[in-house]
Design a binder for this molecule. Structure first.
Ligand SMILES: [Zn+2]
Length: 415
């Protein structure tokens, strides 16, 4: 549902005339967001609070809402949103990909100043409960379910538009079976637990590319009883959670697309994903659906440097590690594969912004700088010692052209 609203330029006061010199025409409402203590991508090392995107609007149900035209982002230090609200109006927020993607489907934390400036405190909480977008007095809660509600779930129609935009942005050139595999993530998976390009889609190569998800049976989609799962974080914090219905469709299609293209170019037939959209862990990249993590390629090669992983990190096991330092028997094969996979991701500059892996750290594929080596320093480097992370760019749909129409009809016919 998209509300009919007017927009106004950023920071321009509403044109409500001020009545007297002594009574202000606007009130200052400041939202302060308090996040749970954070750790980075996979839980090692501290990182900054999530740089949450937001858009605000003021007005009321009766008179309509006026939305600020700018998507803003919390900085890493000040976690406050100061807003000037015209006297007699209410204010409310749109957050995360619901705001940055321009969807505006879930307004939260509406407040009406009562003749004075006000400070609203929003506290992130790990309690597993339904979302409550209403304030209690001057405080509100942001739990896993609320994170989910402010994270856009892409529809098949939107994904078709975004795939079209990807062809326009990145020049296309990949088989349309890849688009179909990506598209399938946004509809019912028909009883399986993976995305697949299906067999025999390239000349001389009968193997499909499969994207499988850690902790889910690729054949049935059943969640395994124990071990790690791609959706452990969301499963822990969101009531009635279902990965394929709620989690996978919140991943931006360009993240999935980039992985498939890299697999196709690097001749990898299986990509195992171990994290995608999630609510309560790490920087904003996974909470807004742009982040995607790969833990293994080809079904056997785990993306780590070959050192016994957790043993190396935790001091209490250090002696044990030193005693069992082994040479990774797959090192050559693994490096060859990851190099090809990574190079493809780097080349997809218009679709992929960041790539972090156990060997290389690429902050921005478009900045012209050579990626740094991953030296396993505490923080972002150590967080990426055992998997490859991709942050997709914020893709937006573009107007149709004639070639797009041809692609679109092909996609629609195959879907
Ligand atoms: Zn990640």
């Amino acid at each position: 549902m998209r509300a009919k609203v007017k927009t106004k330029p950023a920071e321009t006061p509403d044109d409500t005339p001020s009545t007297t010199a002594t009574q202000p025409s606007t009130w200052s409402v400041t939202y302060e967001l308090k996040f749970l203590p954070l750790s980075s991508c996979r839980g090692f090392g501290a990182s900054s609070p999530p740089r949450l995107d937001y858009v605000w609007e003021s007005g009321s149900e009766g008179t309509g809402w006026v939305r600020d035209t700018t998507t803003r982002r919390l900085d890493t230090e000040g976690k406050t949103v100061p807003i000037k609200v015209p006297d007699g109006h209410s204010v409310r927020l749109f957050l995360n990909s619901d705001a940055s993607g321009g969807f505006f489907s879930y307004p939260v934390f509406e407040f009406t100043p009562n003749g004075e400036d006000a400070k609203i405190t929003i506290t992130e909480t790990s309690e597993k409960a339904d979302a409550d977008p209403k304030l209690q007095g001057r405080s509100g809660k942001m739990n896993g379910d609320l994170w989910m509600k402010v994270s856009h779930q892409y529809t098949e129609a939107e994904v078709r538009d975004l795939l079209r935009a990807a062809h326009a942005e990145a020049g296309g050139g990949w088989p349309h079976q890849i688009d179909r595999a990506v598209l399938s993530a946004y509809g019912p998976l028909k009883g399986t637990g993976m995305l697949t390009t299906e067999p025999q889609f390239r000349l001389g190569d009968p193997d499909p590319i499969n994207m499988v998800f850690q902790g889910f049976d690729p054949k049935t989609g059943a969640r395994t009883e124990d071990g790690n799962h791609v959706d452990d974080n969301a499963h822990k914090f969101i009531p009635n959670w279902d990965f394929f219905r709620h989690g996978l469709p919140r991943v931006h299609p360009w993240a999935l697309l980039a992985m498939f293209i890299a697999a196709w170019e690097a001749k990898v037939d299986e990509v195992e994903i171990n994290s995608g959209w999630r609510p309560i862990l790490g920087a904003i990249g996974h909470r807004n659906g742009l982040g995607l993590d790969v833990i293994s390629l080809t079904g056997t090669l785990k993306l780590n440097t070959g050192a016994p992983l957790y043993l190396e990190y935790f001091p209490k096991w250090k002696v044990h590690v030193n005693a069992t330092k082994v040479v990774d028997p797959h090192r050559g094969e693994k490096l060859d594969l990851i190099n090809r996979f990574r190079e493809s991701l780097y080349a997809q500059k218009n679709l992929v912004k960041q790539v972090f892996d156990p060997w290389k750290m690429e902050e921005d594929t478009n900045d012209g700088r050579v990626p740094l080596d991953n030296s396993n320093r505490p923080g972002n480097e150590r967080a990426h010692r055992d998997h490859l992370h991709v942050t997709a760019r914020h893709g937006k749909a573009k107007p149709l052209d004639i070639l797009d129409l041809v692609r679109l009809s092909r996609l629609a016919g195959l879907a």
